[in-house]
Design a binder for this molecule. Structure first.
Ligand SMILES: Nc1ncnc2c1ncn2[C@@H]1O[C@H](COP(=O)(O)OP(=O)(O)OP(=O)(O)O)[C@@H](O)[C@H]1O
Length: 228
């Protein structure tokens, strides 16, 4: 039996007014992401990749169309923003180009913070955060502040933070752009492992052709549409 999709976009569009015209940043996009899949989003600058992540990540409602998570409609043009925030916090982890860690907190504190927001008691949050960091080969770095970590280590802490609430869906916007090829491959390798072991769906915007062999498939964008 084929598993149900974790994420579905159905004719999703996002338009921005610009003077007298409308910029069609996303122009009617439909696809499914299944649990355990690692999918790359490719396309030239301005093709709509980041907009697609904004809509799929429930950070903005679409101008038209729907977003479903595990078969439930969680975003459409009239959707309540508080409800979208609720679905986002319970289902989605984000990783960005820069790790954006809080500079005066240690690695373990940065990860545990994601759990404090969900009212997990401090000791349990710290213990789970340390466990997550250890699973990403950062056991020796739990008490280091970000400036003592390499770029690759900082990005692995950001991945641990994204995993803290055990989301079924991970969205990443150019997570390897600031890393050398070896560290970039490690980060995509980590996403591969997360998809395989946690059965999360992982969607990664990437310009990095060196890691494409690690993906199950790619979605190619141009002018706000899927072209391949
Ligand atoms: N808030 C906004 N207001 C107006 N236009 C926007 C807005 N956000 C995006 N756009 C436009 O929508 C189009 C798609 O932008 P988007 O950032 O999604 O592309 P991208 O493929 O992620 O580009 P890049 O690879 O350069 O990050 C572009 O023409 C952009 O200028």
């Amino acid at each position: 039996m084929i598993a149900a999709p974790i994420l579905t976009l159905r004719d999703a569009a996002r338009h921005y007014p610009s003077g007298d015209t409308l910029v069609r940043a996303l122009d009617g996009v439909s696809f499914n992401i299944y649990p355990g899949e690692l999918v790359g989003i490719l396309g030239p600058s301005g093709s709509g990749k980041s907009t697609l992540l904004l809509i799929a990540g429930l950070l903005e409602p679409p101008s038209a169309g729907e977003v479903h998570i595990r078969g439930k409609c969680v975003s459409h043009p009239g959707m309540d923003l508080d409800q979208m925030r609720h679905f986002r916090r319970n289902n989605i982890g984000f990783v960005f180009q820069k790790a954006n860690l809080i500079p005066f907190l240690t690695a373990v504190e940065n990860v545990a913070l994601a759990l404090h927001i969900d009212d997990v008691p401090a000791r349990a949050a710290r213990s789970y955060a340390a466990h997550l960091l250890a699973s990403l080969d950062l056991a020796h770095r739990v008490d280091s502040i970000p400036s003592r970590l390499s770029g690759g280590e900082q990005q692995r802490v950001a991945v641990a933070r994204a995993l803290a609430t055990d989301p079924g869906l991970i969205l990443a916007d150019e997570p390897t752009a600031a890393l050398d090829s070896v560290r970039g491959r490690q980060v995509i390798g980590l996403f591969r492992q997360i998809a395989d072991e946690r059965k999360a769906g992982v969607l990664v915007v990437t310009h990095d052709p060196r890691t494409l062999d690690l993906f199950d498939r790619t979605i190619e964008m141009n002018d706000g549409r899927i072209v391949g």
